[in-house]
Design a protein around this ligand. Structure first.
Ligand code: GLN
Length: 307
C-alpha cells in the first residue's frame, strides 16, 4: 500500500477543517498554540516510517502520557492494580467528579484524570519519591520512543498547577475515600509534569510500536509487557481512550487509540504499525477534531481497522 500517497490525500482533504474547534485554553500555556497545525506519522513494526505535515514539531502530549504511566504501573503491580482503578468506560468527561463520589473514590479507568492520578500515586509509592516516579515515567517514554532528548515543558506544568483546581479536587476526593496514598498536591504536581512532556508525531508513533507488537519493541527487541498485558492496554484504549467519545471513536475509526488535550491522538494497528496525528483544535469532548477526522479517513482508505 502506498502510505505516503494516502497521507498526502488525507492532508489535502482535511484542509477546510483545520482550525475548527478550540484549543485547550483551560491550561493557559496551551491557549496560544496555533490551531492550524497538522501532522500525521506512521511507523510500521518493520521500522518503515511515513510522515506528513509538521511531524518534527513537539507539542504537549497531555493525556497520552496516561498510557505510558499505565504501562509502567501494570508492569510493576500486575493485576493488583485493578483494586485501585477499574477498566470500564466512564461515559463522562475526562475531569468529571460526580461518578467518583458515587463509586467511592475508585475511578472507572486509568485514562480519565482520576484514574491517571491514582496510577501516578501508585508509581510514587513504588519509587518512594515523587521526583523519582516522574523520572521513571520520562525514562520509559525515552526508551519506547528511542529518543533520549525527550523532556517536559515546565511552563505548561506550572501553568496547569496554577489552574488545576479540579484535578486537585479529584485527588482530595480520592484521598477522602482512602484511594490515594501520597500527598494529593504532590501527586497532582507529578501528574501535571508527565502531562507536560513534549513530543512530535514522529516520536509518538514510534512509541506505540511496543503496543502494536504484543508488548515487545519490534526494533530494539526490548520487552516491556507480556502479550496479555499489551492486549489489555489496547482493549482499555479502545473502550476508554477517548473518554465519553470512545464509542464514537470505536465506531468511526475502530482502532485502540488515546487522545490528549494538546491535540495529539495515538493509535495502534495490532501487528502492523504505530500511528500519531496532531492538530491542536479540539472538539467538545476534548479530542482533536482534525486528528479524529484524519484517522477516520486513514481507516476508510486503508481498511486497517480491527473490525
Ligand atoms: N493535563 C490535562 C488535565 O488534567 C490532561 C487532560 C487531557 O489531555 N484530556 O486536564
Amino acid at each position: 500500500m502506498d502510505y505516503q500517497a494516502i497521507l498526502e490525500e488525507i492532508s489535502h482533504e482535511i484542509q477546510p477543517e483545520l482550525g475548527r474547534g478550540k484549543v485547550a485554553d483551560y491550561i493557559p500555556a496551551l491557549s496560544s498554540v496555533d490551531p492550524h497545525q497538522f501532522a500525521f506519522s506512521i511507523i510500521t513494526t518493520k521500522g518503515d516510517a511515513y510522515h506528513i505535515g509538521a511531524y518534527e514539531t513537539s507539542f504537549s502530549i497531555q493525556s497520552i502520557s496516561k498510557l505510558f504511566a499505565f504501562t509502567l504501573a501494570l508492569d510493576i503491580y500486575g493485576s493488583d492494580l485493578y483494586q485501585r482503578v477499574g477498566v470500564e468506560p466512564s461515559g463522562n468527561p475526562f475531569n468529571s467528579l460526580v461518578q467518583l463520589e458515587y463509586e467511592q473514590g475508585i475511578p472507572r479507568n486509568p485514562f480519565i484524570n482520576a484514574g491517571a492520578i491514582v496510577i501516578t500515586d501508585l508509581l510514587i509509592s513504588h519509587y518512594r519519591d515523587d521526583y523519582k516516579a516522574y523520572e521513571q515515567i520520562l525514562s520509559f517514554v525515552r526508551a519506547v520512543s528511542d529518543d533520549l532528548a525527550i523532556s517536559f515543558d515546565p511552563i505548561v506544568s506550572s501553568s496547569e498547577m496554577d489552574h488545576g483546581f479540579r484535578n486537585l479536587a479529584l485527588a482530595n476526593l480520592m484521598k477522602s475515600f482512602d484511594n490515594l496514598q501520597n500527598d494529593p498536591r504532590s501527586v497532582v504536581q507529578t501528574y501535571f509534569k508527565q502531562c507536560a512532556i513534549s513530543m512530535s508525531t514522529q516520536k509518538l508513533a514510534r512509541s506505540m510500536l511496543y503496543l502494536a507488537n504484543a508488548g515487545t519493541d519490534p526494533i530494539t527487541n526490548r520487552r516491556y509487557l507480556t502479550p496479555q498485558q499489551a492486549r489489555r492496554i489496547n482493549a482499555v484504549m479502545l473502550t476508554c481512550g477517548h473518554y465519553d467519545a470512545s464509542g464514537e471513536f470505536a465506531f468511526h475509526v475502530g482502532l485502540p487509540g488515546k487522545s490528549g488535550v494538546g491535540g495529539g491522538v495515538v493509535a495502534v494497528v495490532p501487528n502492523k504499525m504505530g500511528i500519531c496525528v496532531w492538530s491542536p483544535a479540539l472538539n467538545r469532548y476534548g479530542n482533536s477534531h482534525v486528528g479524529t477526522l484524519a484517522l477516520q479517513k486513514f481507516v476508510e482508505k486503508t481498511g486497517l481497522s480491527i473490525f
